[in-house]
Unconditional design. Structure first.
Length: 115
């Protein structure tokens, strides 16, 4: 059995927070584009975190890096950075945290040695 890493638990917390943040931070609309971005990406991050807790693989971290990049870009691409600043900051900050966590987990993952 592979050891559980704290980064996977942190990723799960980030995903759950992202999913529920439209309710706690009172986004302008709970059905708007910023809220839906939080719901979808939060669920995805949480699912991959649970998957990583069960059986950690390198590709899961790469998926999280892609999701993190989208979170950082989404407020600008989806144009809600001016109308929903709280949502934009939340997603950008979580994108940085998720990306940093995934990179840290990748850096700590041992590389297989070839004999």
């Amino acid at each position: 059995m592979k050891a559980k890493r704290w980064q996977d638990w942190a990723m799960l917390v980030f995903g759950v927070w992202l999913f529920f943040s439209p309710f706690f931070l009172t986004y302008g609309s709970l059905t708007g584009i910023a809220a839906w971005n939080s719901y979808i990406l939060g669920a995805a991050v949480a699912v991959f975190a649970v998957w990583a807790l069960a059986d950690p693989q390198k590709w899961e971290e790469w998926v999280n890096i892609v999701l993190a990049v989208w979170l950082i870009l989404a407020p600008f691409v989806l144009s809600f950075y001016q109308t929903e600043a709280v949502a934009a900051w939340n997603q950008v900050i979580l994108g940085v945290l998720i990306g940093g966590d995934a990179i840290w987990a990748l850096a700590q993952r041992p590389t297989p040695s070839h004999a």
